[in-house]
Design a protein around this ligand. Structure first.
Ligand SMILES: [Fe+2]
Length: 238
């Protein structure tokens, strides 16, 4: 059993599922793979109109749940969230908390596609203190080039930031080294597929989980499941 913490399954809202049929098929795959819960995390930019984003997300989510009901497709539990792209002004925005995973203070934050920048720590600190959220860094494996880069995370760890990795990164040579290091330091809080479609970025994590189980033992996937579950449970908005 696992929780897919990072997905682009809500149809017609970002570069993920193109339509409700694709979204339904993606959820079927997750269910067949034994996903217990799937968190739906469409992209949103820091400068976007959050209210508009949330309305669109609700509309498209309703479309999806209606289809799941009529087609009687078995699917995992669904939770609403967002993948928020960090920029230097996010902490100044209002209503950042509205982008948290529903019922929690967890905010899935994506770093810009640039080499590690020194302003990240400062901005993330401001977001935590002003908005009282707990950032979960999306696919942190993507930003680390070598195992020693893990030290770049020290400040974030000291702020209480959590980390999500893309499980399929473990299937590449460099990703494997990074994930080994993150696991050794106890920094993996959640696995995600970061799925966008049914082909090259699919929700099927079976191959990655087999490789992870082989390396860390079969219990490892369950261990991360418990950690993710605890994180979701214990960060409920008071
Ligand atoms: Fe993503």
């Amino acid at each position: 059993m696992y929780i897919d913490f990072h997905t682009h399954i809500i149809p017609e809202i970002d570069d993920g599922a193109k339509d409700v049929g694709m979204a339904t098929a993606m959820l079927e795959i997750a269910y067949e793979n034994n996903a217990d819960t799937v968190i739906l995390t469409p992209h949103v930019n820091s400068g976007a109109d959050f209210e508009h984003f949330l309305q669109t997300r609700k509309k498209k989510f309703n479309l999806l749940t209606k289809e799941l009901k009529t087609s009687r497709v078995a699917h995992p539990n669904l939770m609403l969230g967002a993948e928020v792209l960090l920029d230097g002004a996010l902490s100044e925005r209002e209503n950042v908390r509205s982008l948290c995973i529903e019922g929690t203070e967890l905010l899935l934050l994506e770093l810009p596609y640039t080499p590690w920048n020194s302003w990240y720590n400062h901005e993330i600190y401001n977001i935590i203190s002003k908005h009282e959220v707990i950032p979960v860094m999306a696919h942190i494996d993507r930003y680390l080039r070598s195992p020693k880069d893990i030290r770049k995370l020290d400040a974030l760890v000291s702020f209480g930031v959590k980390f999500q990795v893309n499980a399929s990164s473990f299937l590449s040579f460099s990703g494997r080294r990074i994930i080994r290091e993150l696991a050794a330091e106890g920094l993996i809080y959640a696995f995600g597929s970061d799925c966008h479609n049914l082909t090259n970025r699919s929700p099927d994590l079976s191959k990655a989980f087999r490789a992870l189980g082989k390396k860390f033992g079969e219990d490892f996937i369950d261990y991360i499941y418990d950690k993710t579950y605890d994180m979701l449970e214990n960060n409920t908005i008071k």
